[in-house]
Write a protein that binds this ligand. Sequence first.
Ligand SMILES: NC(=O)c1ccc[n+]([C@@H]2O[C@H](COP(=O)([O-])OP(=O)(O)OC[C@H]3O[C@@H](n4cnc5c(N)ncnc54)[C@H](OP(=O)(O)O)[C@@H]3O)[C@@H](O)[C@H]2O)c1
Length: 323
Amino acid sequence: MLSWGIAATGGIARTVGQVIAAEPGMRVAAVGSRDPHRARELADELAAPRAYGSYDELVLDPEVDAVYIATPHSHHLPVAELAIAAGRAVLCEKPLAATAADAERMVKLARDAGVFLMEAMWMRFNPLVTRLHGLVRDGSFGTLRSVSASFGFPMAYDPAHRLWDPALGGGALLDLGIYPMGLAQLLLGEPDTMTVTGAVSPSGVDAEAGLLMSWEQGARALLDTSLLSPLANSASVAGTTMRADLEAPFFATRRMVLHGLTGEPEEHVVDASDNGYAGELREVRDALAQGRTESTIMPLDDSLAMMRLIDEARGQVAYPRHA
Ligand SMILES: NC(=O)c1ccc[n+]([C@@H]2O[C@H](COP(=O)([O-])OP(=O)(O)OC[C@H]3O[C@@H](n4cnc5c(N)ncnc54)[C@H](OP(=O)(O)O)[C@@H]3O)[C@@H](O)[C@H]2O)c1
């Protein structure tokens, strides 16, 4: 039985907590929050025996094997520091941290301590994204030439909300852009060049960003993210012999259509229960059972490379052009 401690009680803490509670061989042993009442409330909901009014106490619970960090990006590192110091395995929400420097510190701490750490990038555990990745690797697409993907929705402007507040790691790129960027990274690796244009919110975070990435072998990615507009949130991946269209939201897609050069399009559909959250949790369970301190599906080096790319993209957007 893998016993989880959940750090935070917000939206995704509740969603993933419910997946843990429903997954055979796992349970939520404890919930930690800045507020003991909120911790108790979520613990009761998830049938977790213990609730703590601080993250410090949560990580010291001797029955907690792994800590799931679901705080705002800015607070991933401080909670991970506590968990790693206590020797707990860590599954940390995406992005791994608010900056590349913070992510590097987190990874160094985990590696030095020999403690498991993984970014909870659930897209990599979506069965259709996994199938697409396999087809690209086995040459079914010929030479991959183009990735286009978007993720954006209009978010009411509220400078106190974590998506708009620079102190909490606000901005479209860290929260939403990481998915289209992550799809390009998964299929093509790190780009050789990246040009980004966008707009900055009155609070000083990137409200939207368009990215053009290119690879020396000729591939390109055209990516879009926004806190201002309802984007298509779908993705298309094209090689010289095949194209895949991933239905929205592409990072959790349930339907992918493959278009070869001849013949009928091929439809791939997955069940709603087959989601990336269960997959990422099982990866932690399997890694711990096998004595691995990193995931092979979401390696820490990829998380670090992504953080460096996002730093660079945010830097390119951060000129005075206002949303
Ligand atoms: N994988 C996914 O599908 C997915 C989806 C949404 C979000 N996320 C990621 O998960 C993280 C949390 O997102 P969310 O949407 O769940 O956020 P949220 O609803 O705002 O919840 C964040 C929680 O963090 C805790 N927290 C600690 N310090 C805080 C601070 N200074 N200000 C505000 N909250 C603080 C709070 O819980 P307590 O006060 O109880 O401690 C709060 O409820 C983000 O990094 C985000 O990128 C992932």
